[in-house]
Design a protein around this ligand. Sequence first.
Ligand SMILES: *Cc1c(COP(=O)(O)O)cnc(C)c1O
Length: 487
Amino acid sequence: MIGLPSKGESAEQILDAMRASQQQDVNWHDGRVWSLVFHARDDVSELLREAYSLFLPTNGLNPTAFPSLQKFEAEVVAMTASLLGAGEAVVGNMTSGGTESILMAVKTARDWARVQKPDIDTPEMILPATAHPAFEKAAEYFSVKTVHIPVQADFRANVDAARAAVTPNTILMVGSAPSYPQGVIDPIAEMAAMARERGFLFHVDACVGGFMLPFVRRLGYPLPEFDFSVPGVTSISVDLHKYAYAAKGASVILYRNKALRRHQFFVYPNWPGGIYASPTMTGTRPGGAIAAAWAVMHYLGAEGYLAIADVVMKTVKKLRKGINAINGVYILGDPAMSVLAIGSDSLNVYEIADELAARGWHLDRQQFPPSLHLTVTYAHQQVVDQFLADLAQSVTQVRRFDVNRLAGSLQVKLVQMTAKLLPPPLMSRLAAHASSLVGFKGAHLPQRAAPVYGMMAALPNRDDLNEMVMDLMDQWTQPETPADNEP
Ligand SMILES: *Cc1c(COP(=O)(O)O)cnc(C)c1O
């Protein structure tokens, strides 16, 4: 059992140990990871660090104590809104991230409907299949029913399906600009028009696109309208810790007007501790994240963001050309900006991911259809040639016969067969133990993950998969003891 060390250690010792731990992490600085980290330049990171530490102890919960943070937040929200076709009436708040912004949008819609449509018992939210899981989370947390609609062959939401999904209980429809899995923009104008006509709310998830698309458009790339300039759009989420290159823990939720945002606020006036008011989910809000966001927006300015977007889009162009030139793989759909997915009709992309991992690249594996995800950032301009060379090699390697891979695919086939033969309760019990069977250890994937992904896809029951993943989550918060590292 790990307990608190009885004596404190030296700062030097501690930082050394932490740097050693960090050695196991992905190398984000050199552009080896294609998700999770948005790194612009070292001078930007330096400013973030300074701004964050300057406000490290501060708390955005009570603006009267820190008028500085109040000013920063108000200006960050206004600067963000100004990029997204907002008129004077648009208001918003900073949150800790895209998920919190989305939670707020759904909670606001639910409470808006309680007032505006009191006859609705079971409020419904219409979600394209590609919408971010944060909406599912919000639905679970706030008891809103999700109604899923499919996407078309180009991975954009199917408008006819959206129209058919509307019922008298619909309170909210969602579109992404762009979606995370394939980076395409849903038909926002058509869907928002539906919302306006039928009298429900429409949220644009611009978490990844909000700070990129406006600059991509200024660079001359053709883009559809997706923001408050579209009638019917009532709220937009924009992450600053993505393409605004802010420190983690910074996002903005915007509403078309104050009246709508009222449904987001929480006030409890009867507490012995005082009148408690909180605009968003969290109580204490880290002042550092607010301050660092303000700092980077002032540091880069519109010109800085435009120049970075230009570099990113040129990197994307090179990538798209290079990927499509490799026989056997292609880009899914027609991505609007710098979020894209690599698919294949003839090869197992999870095996390609394993080969790329062996060459030091970290890519997220996606499903329906199987694909590999790339979020292109400024850091990738330096590695694009190397990546394309390694991708070509990986594809060649996967084409070749390989005993390990054959074993992996046999394992998958075995699971499929077993699933057909065993009675469902037994299969469920097996699956409950599968997280250890397939060789997961804490947060680390085994070196070759393709068979694991294949097996997960082969599980006949999605509930089994849920159980497996929850087992993993239990393990994540369990500290590793030295014995775990022994063979
Ligand atoms: C990243 C992302 C989110 C969630 O944001 P977090 O900051 O990870 O909570 C939601 N929607 C889209 C499209 C995203 O890319």
